[in-house]
Structure formats: structure tokens, C-alpha cells
Design a protein around this ligand. Structure first.
Ligand code: UDP
Length: 428
């Protein structure tokens, strides 16, 4: 029987829970680490998070993050680049062990995040006699069509395959990701559990549309498409701009882009020039990074959120928009497929062509009638996706592993756990 209160070592060596969200290196993974750890802490479990601290800080033995949750800053001693973290796993593990010894703690289980953390976490598990649960967040197999360093992708694929073989359990946030994991990494289905991520339902809630628009300086009559996220190529902003260019006859249509590293960000300048060249200059506003507290204002002011990504393992912004009562138009990636199926929460593009996305956006704009009632219904549809439920799903996996059961079976037995279909969590 696993103990009632678990002691969990989270290992995320590439990206930490702190730092400015929406910038190049900090996005969904940081949110997941922070919120999952917090929810586990609130449920009475002890979480030590071995991860970089914001701004490369180090030296402190631990930084309290929430009740029962501490950040153990791994820098200095851990390289910044994933490939180097992987290659220097022995040294990285020694840094982890030094931190653990300083605090004199032990762990029931290690949960590693992202492929680069896997090898060092594996060494920790071996030394501590603890089982290993891994969450890759994204997979080399999902990135294979993107323009990424091929040599690194091959190392990554091999590392993910190895971890898929040796870890006691793997968690993925969407059924699409499970299919990638079982097909390309040959992960055993019984050890692979779908545990969807969550949304902070306190923070993300509908605000009055008219006031939100007034505060952002958006005319009432405008049709507003919102994008929220990093400006990385795989996030598909070019695809979204191309789709927008095809909707040129919708005169008041405009796009608000939230995220990026500021006005000097070369990616932002490139995208702005690209929009300008297609005659979209006056219709696209780059607002830069926005703190999470201010995001409900943007979601509430928009007619829809567009998620144009080429690859996404989940897509937290989908849940955030819906929690704020705003529907979503998305490419068929991550959780969009399951969350948007049926058309009640938004529209799923038929494919990745800009025409497909344009059609989904137009269909949603033509059929969605924004109103407080509609916003409340959309919010209700994700009521089962709070972080406490996400933590419960993860705990079901931890407990299954600690009792020597197969994680997928343990997950099915868990009351609130769900395959991501939306049926088991909240109402559709
Ligand atoms: N985000 C933010 N401010 C920004 C841009 C993004 O707080 O200016 C947050 C966003 O709300 C979401 C996360 O960053 O919680 C991005 O997560 P997602 O899963 O959508 O994308 P990823 O970064 O994992 O590709």
C-alpha cells in the first residue's frame, strides 16, 4: 500500500516553474509544473521540484513555492540546453543528489518532465530505489516534420524510446499524444496513461465583454481573433496570418497576438513584416507578453481564440479560453481534437492548410453569438478540468505504480481520471 501522503521528486531540468510566460523558453511546461505541484501540495503531498529558478538563480537550498512544495534550484551545475543536460546526465544527477542530501529528504517516487530530464532522473531512481513516472510534454515523433535540429531529434527519439521501455509509467495529456508514444516510442499501452492538464478556474473566468473591449481599446463592432502563446515556428502564427488574409472580405476582422519576447523579438518583427506584406498590417496587433492575471481580459474581449499550431501535445490556452467563455478554432493538434469534437466548444480545422483554418474561423464567427449565457455554458463545459482534478489523475498513476499495478489500469480505476474525451470530466 502506498503511503497516504506521498513524497514526490519532480525533475524538470530544462524549464522551471518560474519565469515570464509566453517568452521563448517558458510556456505550457512551466504552467503545468507549477500548477500540478501546487495542487498536489494542497492535497497534502510533499513535492520537491528540481528545476532551474527564474533568472538562473541558484545557491539557495530551496525556495518555497506553495504549501508542501519547494523549488530546489539546480543551477549552477546543470547546462541550459536539453542535449547537454542529456549528455551530462551523470554530473546533473550528482547535482540533484547534492541538493537532496543538503535537505536530508527521501522520495517515494520520481516524476521527470521532458526527455532531457529522463536520464538524470533514471540515475536518481536507481540510487533512491524509487519508481520513475515520465511525462515528455512533447515528443520527437511529433516534431519530426518541423524544422528542428535533426541530429538532436535522433538522440531525443532514442532517449524517449529508452525511457518508454524502462519507466514504470508514462503520462501523456491527450489521446493523440498516446498514439504517438505507443507507435513511435513503442511504449506499452498498459503503462501509458492519459492525464489531461488543467486550468485555474478561479483566475480564468468570463468578464463582461463590452468592458473588456473598452479597457483594451477594441471597438465593439470588431470581429476579434485572439492568439495567445510563444511565437515559436511550430505555434503556426504564419498559418494563422495566411488564414486571415483569406478572410479579407470580413472588413472589421482583426487579430490580437499575445506572447513573445517584446518589440525587439526578431520573430515578432519577422511576423509583423510578413503580415504587412500581405496587407494585414492594420489588422494585426502584437501586444507582447501578458501576465496570466491579465489574460482573462483578452479572452473575454475576443470572439474566438485561434490555436494554429503544427504540433501541440495539449494546448493549455484552449482550456483557458473556454473557462473564460470564449470558443476556440484550432488545427487538429493535442487536446483540440477531443475537446472541440462535436462543435459545441468551437471548430476543428479539417487539416493544416491555411484554407482549412480560415474555414474553421469563418464557420465559428458565423455561428457563435456571444452572450453571458453562452459564455457560462462554455465555461461549464470545462468545469471538470481544474488543476485539482488533473492532480487526482496523476495521483491515480502514482498510486498504481507504487502498488505494482499497471498505470493505465490504475487510471481507469480512478474516479476522476479520464482519457481526455471530455466525458469523464465536466459536462459537454
Ligand atoms: N502565456 C501567458 N502570457 C503570454 C503568453 C502565454 O501567460 O503572454 C501562457 C498561456 O496562458 C498558457 C501558456 O503560457 O498558460 C502556454 O501554454 P500552451 O500549452 O498553450 O503552449 P506551450 O507554451 O506549451 O506551447
Amino acid at each position: 500500500m502506498p503511503p497516504a501522503r506521498l513524497s514526490i521528486a519532480m525533475v524538470s531540468l530544462h524549464s522551471g516553474p518560474l519565469g515570464p510566460l509566453g517568452a521563448r523558453r517558458t510556456g505550457g511546461l512551466s504552467v503545468c509544473l507549477r500548477e500540478l505541484s501546487r495542487a498536489l501540495g494542497r492535497a497534502g503531498h510533499r513535492v520537491d521540484l528540481f528545476a532551474p529558478a527564474a533568472g538562473g538563480a541558484g545557491g539557495e537550498a530551496s525556495i518555497p513555492l506553495a504549501d508542501n512544495v519547494r523549488l530546489l534550484p539546480v543551477a549552477p551545475g546543470v547546462p541550459a540546453r536539453p542535449l547537454e543536460i542529456h549528455r551530462q546526465a551523470e554530473g546533473v544527477w550528482e547535482t540533484i543528489e547534492r541538493l537532496r542530501r543538503r535537505l536530508g529528504t527521501g522520495y517515494d517516487l520520481v516524476h521527470s518532465h521532458y526527455w532531457a530530464s529522463g536520464r538524470a532522473a533514471e540515475l536518481a531512481c536507481r540510487a533512491w530505489g524509487a519508481p520513475h513516472v515520465a511525462t515528455f510534454h512533447t515528443l520527437a515523433a511529433g516534431k519530426r516534420r518541423l524544422r528542428e535540429d535533426r541530429a538532436e531529434l535522433l538522440v531525443r527519439l532514442a532517449a524517449e524510446r529508452r525511457l518508454a521501455r524502462i519507466c514504470e509509467a508514462l503520462t501523456v495529456p491527450s489521446p493523440r499524444e498516446r498514439d504517438l508514444l505507443t507507435t513511435f516510442c513503442r511504449a506499452a499501452a498498459p503503462r501509458t496513461a492519459v492525464v489531461p492538464w488543467g486550468v485555474d478556474l478561479e483566475r480564468f473566468r468570463p468578464l463582461p465583454r463590452r468592458e473588456s473591449r473598452a479597457r483594451l481599446g477594441i471597438p465593439e463592432e470588431a470581429e476579434v481573433v485572439l492568439y495567445v502563446g510563444r511565437l515559436a515556428p511550430e505555434k503556426g502564427l504564419k498559418r494563422l496570418l495566411a488564414a486571415l488574409a483569406r478572410l479579407g472580405d470580413r472588413a472589421p476582422l482583426r487579430l490580437i497576438v499575445v506572447g513573445g519576447d517584446g518589440a525587439g523579438d526578431p520573430r515578432r518583427r519577422l511576423l509583423a513584416a510578413w503580415a504587412e506584406a500581405r496587407g494585414l498590417g492594420g489588422r494585426v496587433a502584437f501586444r507582447g507578453r501578458v501576465e496570466p492575471e491579465a489574460l482573462p481580459l483578452f479572452y473575454s474581449a475576443a470572439d474566438l481564440l485561434a490555436l494554429p499550431s503544427s504540433y501541440e501535445s495539449f494546448g493549455l490556452v484552449i482550456l483557458e479560453a473556454l473557462a473564460c467563455g470564449t470558443p476556440v478554432a484550432a488545427t487538429p493538434v493535442g487536446a483540440a481534437e477531443t475537446l472541440l469534437r462535436g462543435g459545441r466548444r468551437g471548430r476543428l480545422a479539417a487539416g493544416f492548410a491555411p484554407d482549412d483554418l480560415a474555414a474553421a474561423i469563418a464557420a465559428l464567427l458565423d455561428t457563435h453569438l456571444p452572450s453571458p449565457l453562452m459564455a457560462a455554458a462554455l465555461r461549464r463545459s470545462v468545469a471538470g478540468f481544474g488543476w485539482p482534478q488533473a492532480a487526482e489523475g496523476m495521483l491515480a498513476v502514482y498510486r498504481a505504480v507504487l502498488s505494482g499495478q499497471e498505470a493505465a489500469r490504475g487510471l481507469e480505476a480512478g474516479e476522476s481520471a479520464c482519457c481526455g474525451c471530455g466525458r469523464g470530466r465536466g459536462r459537454k
